[in-house]
Design a protein around this ligand. Structure first.
Ligand code: NAG
Ligand code: NAG
Ligand code: NAG
Ligand code: NAG
Length: 232
């Protein structure tokens, strides 16, 4: 009985927006009293699962051996764009309009349709120098904002999190950008991690978006080998 219920749950989670999935609520970084998370969308139909999300976060914080923060300030970064907001029935926007005790920012992430590794290497490197000018995602801006907020210690501890829908693609792109820039991860480590958050690989657009940022970070000696291709 329990087994079939589990199978049913797995099927269900693959086809509907099912709110918080604890395995995709992942602690990314901690500085002082503040925590940074990535997650899938906490939206389920027309409810926003804030308490389920916080429960999952507390569990991850405890598992990592830290003391859960008391009465944390919450700051949510939504990476979804207009089309997804419609699909989500604007639930998130409505929720945060009603809950002004939480901070809410929207930073739509699109990824890239051009695979830098399909270009001649000199061209990818050349374009990457000007990445902040032409790349609409400009991970430089968002990762810096997340980092600054995480570093800034206030009286109340903070929980900052970012999410898209699945918590894998756009979320994985921003995650990869952050860990390459600030935690000395290589592109290979970041991509391998993103490819194992779900049963499937990260979408190519998000992968290319992350790959461009790797080329850009290479100019600062970060990101490692950007030509890495995982085996399919
Ligand atoms: C969209 O929101 C409205 C009002 O909150 C609600 O009545 C409706 O069921 C929602 N639709 C879906 C698909 O969640
Ligand atoms: C927002 O608050 C109003 C008034 O308290 C309530 O009627 C409405 O259902 C709330 N909407 C959401 C999305 O929580
Ligand atoms: C990353 O590398 C730099 C330079 O080697 C070092 O100063 C820094 O402490 C490292 N950061 C982390 C989080 O390992
Ligand atoms: C993603 O790119 C790989 C090659 O890098 C290709 O084999 C695969 O078919 C692409 N996936 C989609 C969905 O286009």
């Amino acid at each position: 009985m329990g087994f079939y219920y589990l199978i049913f749950l797995i099927i269900l989670t693959n086809f509907v927006q099912c709110g918080v999935i604890p395995s995709r609520v992942i602690l990314v970084d901690k500085i002082g009293k503040n925590f940074l998370f990535r997650t899938n969308s906490p939206v389920q139909g027309d409810s926003y699962q804030m308490s389920e999300l916080q429960e999952a976060m507390i569990e991850k914080i405890t598992q990592a051996g830290y003391q859960p923060p008391q009465d944390p300030k919450i700051h949510s970064y939504s990476l979804v764009w207009f089309y997804d907001s419609i699909k989500q029935n604007y639930t998130e926007n409505k929720y945060f309009k009603n809950h002004t005790e939480y901070q809410f920012s929207q930073y739509p992430i699109f990824g890239s349709i051009i695979n830098p590794n399909s270009l001649p290497s000199f061209l990818a490197k050349f374009l990457a120098k000007y990445y902040p000018i032409w790349n609409h995602d400009n991970l430089n801006v968002l990762t810096k904002e997340l980092r600054n907020s995480l570093q800034q210690q206030e009286e109340r501890p903070k929980i900052i999190f970012f999410h898209c829908i699945a918590g894998e693609d756009r979320t994985g792109q921003v995650f990869g950008g952050y860990v390459m820039r600030y935690m000395n991860w290589t592109y290979q480590n970041a991509l391998d991690f993103d490819n194992h958050v779900e049963e499937r690989k990260i979408h190519n657009a998000s992968k290319y978006g992350l790959n461009w940022y790797c080329y850009y970070l290479n100019n600062q000696g970060k990101g490692g080998d950007c030509t890495y291709e995982p085996e399919y």
